[in-house]
Design a protein around this ligand. Structure first.
Ligand code: 5AD
Ligand code: SF4
Length: 440
């Protein structure tokens, strides 16, 4: 009987895509999958290091799985994949008792590593590569509805923003060969996907130079995908403001299946803070890019990431961030407080000097403001009609579906005759801060 693997995924969407790569690699060597950790011979956790609390959550889960293993008296292998494998390294074997540690560029080695563990050794591979893009792997979509899926188009990051662990855990930036991306998207189209989200740590920095010297940049890639899968919606995340070129904005405005939504992390509204963060742009640059985007695509949804309490952040800096949020009127935002990450530039050069209580208060102020902005943005949609991709049954009511508008807002509506996976026009009748409610 074949061995059963259970994989859990923490962190960003890139990890969701990587889990599919891991599943494909393990399937080719004969492993099966199970959703139940109790049944599994191999327990894998794909992990995140972006903030300390993300790592704490994973450590808690490892401890649970150890307890499960003791209780079952079963000899399941426990393996840690992804960013924490890369950052915490051998200590996962020695302090946390796991059997296998594989960094983001080591997944092709997993079959060998698992055999090593089966023959009684511990296995670790945290070598980062300058080339690995898993170009020959067609990621295996795990059970669930196959309507909207992720495709990773580049790996790693060379930006070295001063607060960020990603360049250390995911290594150098590299773009995946266009043909390999097209193959994956064609496959998704064949099995019925209606939407693809292109993924990269700095997705609009995509740049591939072929052996013949031909170059494909991010807008070129979008146009090619639009041609290959003309009925699929195209999204991408996360772009960097410095690479928000006029060409990209023009491409988004020209091609109807590229969704009118952008998740554009700003991080802070203060120029002094942006400079210490080494973000490479100013508040004015960001505002200009959003203005250009809105001029080309007036209804474009805009969301962002912001974190407060970075080293040296003053009350005035924080007020600048609140003012920027008001000025842009983000439709939604992911909001965090600074968490120092070992070995980053900030950890080595700036004291983490904003007291925890101040970080918390500022975070609450960001959240309160964004709640107000999100509600206002959603209320402004009442009475409008949107094309919605039906993604599934609403969690709150079996008689309702949920889906998303092109602007990336979640809409809940009575099922009527619609099917999951179809596009319907929904008229918005009311709104909360998080959701639009409407009728087909
Ligand atoms: N502390 C807090 N938030 C962080 N982010 C990245 N690094 C840190 C950190 N050290 C946030 C940024 C990024 C999002 C994915 O996580 O806002 O865009
Ligand atoms: Fe977390 Fe960043 Fe790694 Fe994604 S790339 S899992 S957000 S640390």
């Amino acid at each position: 009987m074949s061995q059963k693997v259970h994989i859990e995924t923490y962190g960003c969407q890139m990890n969701v895509a990587d889990t599919e790569v891991v599943a494909a690699i393990l399937k080719t060597v004969g492993y099966d999958f199970t959703e139940s950790p109790e049944e599994a011979d191999v327990l894998l956790i794909n992990t995140c290091s972006v903030r300390d609390n993300a790592e704490k959550r994973v450590i808690g889960r490892i401890e649970n799985l150890q307890a499960l293993r003791r209780k079952n008296g079963n000899p399941a292998i426990i393996g840690v994949l992804g960013c924490m494998a890369e950052r915490v390294k051998e200590r996962l074997l020695t302090e946390y008792g796991v059997d296998l540690v594989a960094g983001p560029d080591a997944y092709s080695d997993l079959p060998n590593m698992l055999s090593d563990v089966e023959s009684g050794h511990k296995a670790i591979n945290i070598t980062l590569s300058k080339e690995e893009t898993y170009r020959d792997v067609i990621p295996l979509k795990l059970p669930g509805l196959h309507i909207s899926g992720f495709v990773s188009i580049m790996r790693g990051c060379d930006e070295f923003c001063s607060y960020c662990i990603v360049p250390f855990t995911r290594g150098r930036e590299r773009s995946r060969e266009p043909e390999s991306i097209y193959r994956e998207i064609e496959h998704m189209r064949e099995v019925g996907y209606r939407e693809v989200t292109l993924l990269g740590q700095k997705v609009n920095g995509y740049h591939y130079i072929g052996k013949d010297g031909a170059e494909v940049d991010f807008p070129d890639l979008l146009v090619a995908i639009h041609r290959i899968a003309p009925e699929m919606r195209i999204r991408f995340t996360s772009p960097h403001p410095i690479d928000m070129s006029d060409k990209l904005i023009h491409t988004m405005a020209t091609y109807p299946k590229i969704c009118a939504h952008i998740h554009l992390p700003v991080q802070s509204g203060s120029n002094a803070v942006l400079e210490r963060m080494k973000r490479g742009y100013t508040r004015e640059w960001y505002i200009d890019r959003v203005a250009t985007l809105r001029k080309s695509i007036p209804h474009c949804g805009i969301s962002t990431d912001i974190f407060c309490g970075f080293c040296g952040e003053t009350e005035e800096d924080h007020a600048d961030t609140l003012r920027l949020m008001e000025e842009i009127r983000f439709d939604s935002a992911f909001l965090f407080k600074y968490s120092e990450r070992p070995s980053t530039y900030a950890a080595r050069h700036y004291p983490d000097d904003v007291p925890e209580s101040v970080k918390l208060r500022r975070l609450e102020e960001l959240i309160a403001l964004q709640n107000r902005l999100s509600l206002a943005s959603n209320e402004a949609d009442i009475g409008k009609t949107f094309e919605v991709l039906v993604e599934g049954v609403s969690k709150k009511s079996r008689d309702e579906y949920f889906g998303r508008t092109v602007t990336n807002k979640v809409v809940v509506f009575p099922k009527a005759q619609a099917r999951i996976g179809s596009f319907v026009n929904v008229r918005i009748k009311s709104a909360t801060q998080a959701t639009l409610l409407g009728e087909i």
